[in-house]
Design a protein around this ligand. Structure first.
Ligand code: MLC
Ligand code: AMP
Length: 505
């Protein structure tokens, strides 16, 4: 096993002029540019004194240069730590203190605040900026750094990236993904979804999560293909880029937004060979409406940060609405009951998985890692599903208490801890409610102290929560209740809250 970048590079097109990244203005970063710029950046990081295994944390706007930082980190054997641009200072302080990066790259407007975050987290990491155009002072030094960087050799087990996922306890955990994990998944997906050098992927996802960074970019890099690279999901820009693309990947919200747009039609999709959806459930009705409008059956797949992709509908063969398809090759999937016994087809149980794609564990949290694996080495996904007689798996719910809003996961405990810490709040329960655009929206039921300040209304609670939490985690609606419904074991009955408030939004 080699360094993941070295492996990608072996498949880069012989003609290095070929486009890897295509900007909305049609300017291009060629494969030659990818090689040269990532080489210079890797030289630069090593010149700063960074050594294999050091962390490089990144909270920057999406740009081709930001992606090249990731590739340079791979080359230099550094551990890449992408962070959602929505994370607040409080959230960043936790990640920095936990991951202890040697270098933090941030957007210019965040520089001052993040310098304070580093101090607060007791970190002496270097701080550099990268703006949304992919510019930063440090980049001016790159042209002097000549000579092809020799990629740091890696074992399959060496960590390539840490991606934080929150948890049912409310404390985020860093999932350690190795070069071997990422390679296994990249080449499986390339083969299963039929990526070739002729493909052009429409890339409108953020590049700080598994979907946009690994699933999307790795398919392109492994195949020597190209991507139309948009800074975010902007409907007009997506529609303009669609005719130039052969594949589109997205969360279900991308597809519902396209369907809601009257100008969206089959003609714009004339060059697309497959639309792929994941990160959240795609409603069967969305699948059907999309097929009616465009003639394309969306290929739905399923995965997680800790595991990469696990289960997918087929490229050739029936893509069945409301299902996530079959286990990918080399991925072992089993559905078990509470006694860990395998279930027959049609029976609902816990989904557990094993394979070369499954992560090494949580960063510096061996006990948490142990809790998420069975004694025979299967990872417990926390999702519940069943398998049909002919092998199609469907997700029917989550054992873990989690809301998926527009493809972002929100762990209620994390939000409840913030709400409960507000003076005047007695207790709270955070739930997901159906939302036409985002799939689910975050909402909270809150019990106030009898003596709470009357000014502490919905707007004020939302404003206070927003200071601590990324905006997508902040409840969009707050319901004031006299008491939370509890069962005889005193556990909050979130189902009953969901039933009560589903039609209130
Ligand atoms: C943005 N906002 C959201 C939100 N996204 N609120 C709830 N849920 C979301 N997903 C808020 C912003 O904070 C802002 O609030 C307001 O909505 C408008 O912001 P925006 O940036 O203009 O939003 P928009 O462009 O509409 O973004 C929606 C979106 C985006 C769906 C396009 O969230 C997105 O790209 N989601 C993809 C997430 C993703 O990549 N998931 C993969 C995770 S990996 P305010 O109040 O400040 O105005 C994974 C594994 C796997 O799950 O299987 O793939
Ligand atoms: P993350 O922790 O961000 O990696 O999110 C992983 C979770 O997203 C999974 O455990 C599922 O709950 C959910 N998920 C991903 N893909 C799908 C899908 N196609 N259908 C339903 N849920 C999905």
């Amino acid at each position: 096993m080699s360094n993941l970048f070295t492996r990608f590079q072996q498949g880069f097109p012989a003609n290095r002029q070929q486009a890897c990244i295509i900007n909305p203005d049609d300017s291009v970063i060629s494969y030659g540019d990818v090689q040269r710029l990532s080489s210079q950046m890797a030289h630069y990081f090593v010149g700063l004194g960074l050594q294999p295994g050091d962390r490089i944390a990144v909270q920057v706007a999406k740009s081709p240069m930001a992606l090249l930082v990731y590739l340079a980190a791979l080359r230099a054997g550094l551990i890449y730590l992408p962070l959602n641009t929505a994370y607040t200072d409080a959230e960043m302080t936790y990640f920095i203190a936990d991951a202890q990066p040697s270098l933090l790259l941030c957007s210019p407007p965040r520089q001052q605040a993040l310098q304070a975050v580093l101090t607060e987290a007791g970190s002496d990491a270097l701080l550099e900026v990268l703006d949304e155009q992919g510019q930063g002072d440090w980049l001016a030094q790159l042209p002097a750094l000549l000579g092809e960087f020799v990629d740091v050799p890696c074992e399959a087990d060496d960590i390539a990236a840490i991606l934080y996922t929150s948890g049912t306890t409310g404390q985020p955990k860093g999932a350690m993904l190795s070069h071997g994990n990422l390679a296994a998944n990249a080449y499986t997906l390339k083969a299963m979804w039929g990526f070739t050098a002729d493909d052009v992927l429409l890339h409108a996802l953020p590049i700080f999560h598994v979907h946009g960074l690994f699933v999307a970019c790795h398919c392109v890099l492994a195949a020597g293909a190209s991507m139309q690279f948009l800074a975010s999901f902007d409907l007009d820009k997506v529609m303009a880029a669609l005719p130039k693309a052969t594949v589109m990947m997205g969360v279900p919200t991308f597809y519902t937004r396209l369907l809601a747009e009257q100008r969206f039609n089959a003609e714009q999709c004339r060059n697309i060979r497959v639309f792929i959806s994941g990160s959240a459930p795609l409603l069967a009705s969305t699948h059907q409406q999309f097929a009616e409008r465009t003639g394309h059956k969306i290929l739905e797949r399923y995965g997680m940060t800790e595991t990469g992709m696990l289960i997918s509908n087929p490229l050739q063969g029936e893509r069945r609405a409301g299902t996530i398809g079959w286990p990918l090759p080399e991925v072992l999937v089993r559905i078990v009951d509470e006694q860990q016994l395998p279930l027959a087809s049609g029976e609902i149980g816990s989904i557990q998985v094993k394979g070369a794609n499954v992560f090494k564990g949580y960063w510096r949290k061996p006990e948490k890692t142990a809790q998420e694996f069975t004694c025979d080495g299967y990872f417990i996904t926390g999702d519940q599903g069943y398998c049909s007689d002919d092998g199609y798996i469907s997700i029917v719910g989550r054992a873990k208490d989690m809301v998926i809003s527009g493809g972002y996961n929100v762990y209620p405990k994390e939000v409840e801890l913030v709400l409960d810490a507000i003076k005047g709040v007695q207790e709270s329960a955070v739930i997901g409610l159906p939302h036409a655009d985002l799939g689910e929206m975050v909402a909270a039921a809150v019990v106030m102290d009898a003596a709470a300040d009357a000014a502490l209304d919905e707007t004020e609670l939302i404003a206070q929560t927003r200071k601590k939490l990324a905006a997508y985690k902040v409840p969009k609606k707050i319901f004031f209740v006299d008491a939370l419904p509890r069962n005889t074991m005193a556990k909050v009955q979130k189902n009953s809250l969901r039933e009560q408030f589903t039609h209130a939004v």
